[in-house]
Design a protein around this ligand. Structure first.
Ligand code: URA
Length: 303
């Protein structure tokens, strides 16, 4: 048991050195760890008594995504410059299908996707007036091959519902088409996520621009700091608060910058929800959606 705990501690130190700050831990694993620490404590003094057990995290407290704070050296092949490509002539469905085939067969995207996982392109209505732009696929997204299907995605779907729309009414994409690689654990499983590097972004951005060209939405919504940096340029702001809630521009489209839904998963206060909601009210108004009095008042209790 001591060897297992030492191995866990060594792995946590290694991840910390790589910049990983948080890791998802299932309730079951936590219970096993607590049981192990408790057993060891009873058997002898080698392990100090376990601190009072923290309450098991509720599902909504589990970060949807965990990030290294800086790009991580994964040993993956370097990212080349993007190759020029052109969309075919034709209607939106034809052009989108050609883009999807191109991106999912792109050798660079494929080379960076783990075996059995998928390259991810945006989804939604090709006639959408609103296009949401997130960061990169996570664990659930690379399995299902669709953006925003994990916990953050479920919250995004609720936010879209609060706007009086359905997920299928909008278009949802990412600035990056594969799950940014992190070192694998001893079982060969990727644990945690990190933001895309500038090189990865530079490679994938033409594919987002092509989606904007095909769908031709009225406006874009950048979800979170990384998406906003990707669209506005690295280094254009230090804190998201400098740009969030303000209209910017990308690819000739009005761009609203707001928080990533995973921020709300970590900050469940009405104050946080109201901030993101005020940005979405602006989006609704800009897109000519009807805003009811009830919608105007959502999350006004800033507790
Ligand atoms: N977060 C994102 O930014 N994109 C996804 O597709 C999922 C989670």
């Amino acid at each position: 048991m001591r060897a297992s705990l030492t191995a866990i501690a060594a792995e946590l130190k290694r991840l910390k050195a790589l910049g990983v700050r948080t890791l998802p831990v299932s309730d079951a694993s936590l219970q096993q760890l607590r049981a192990a620490v408790g057993r060891r404590t009873q058997a002898g003094p080698a392990v100090p008594p376990a601190p009072a057990a923290a309450p098991a995290p509720k599902a909504y407290e589990t970060p949807a995504r965990t990030y290294a704070t800086k790009p991580v050296e994964t040993g993956a092949a370097p990212i080349p410059e993007p190759q020029p490509f052109t969309l075919p002539e034709g209607d939106k469905a034809t052009r989108w299908a050609a883009l999807k085939a191109h991106v999912t067969n792109d050798p660079v995207c494929r080379a960076h996707v783990r075996p059995g996982k998928q390259v991810v392109l945006g989804v939604g209505s090709l006639d959408a007036r609103i296009m949401f732009v997130g960061e990169a696929p996570g664990a659930e997204e690379e399995v299902q091959g669709e953006p925003f299907v994990g916990p953050a995605g479920q919250l995004l779907t609720k936010m879209i519902g609060a706007m009086g729309l359905q997920r299928a009414d909008v278009y949802i994409g990412n600035i990056m088409n594969w799950r940014p690689e992190m070192p694998l654990d001893a079982r060969g499983v990727q644990f945690g996520n990190r933001p895309p590097t500038e090189q990865e972004l530079h490679y994938c951005l033409p594919y987002l621009k092509a989606q904007i060209e095909v769908v031709n939405p009225e406006l874009l919504v950048a979800l979170g700091s990384t998406a906003a940096q990707g669209l506005l340029g690295f280094g254009t702001f230090k804190a998201l608060g400098e740009v969030r809630g303000r209209w910017k521009e990308f690819a000739g489209k009005p761009l609203m910058v707001t928080y990533h839904p995973s921020y709300i998963l970590r900050n469940q206060s009405n104050r946080s929800k109201r901030m993101i909601w005020e940005d979405l009210l602006q989006v609704m108004e800009h897109a000519g959606l009807t805003v009811s009095e009830r919608q105007r008042g959502f999350f006004l209790d800033r507790a």
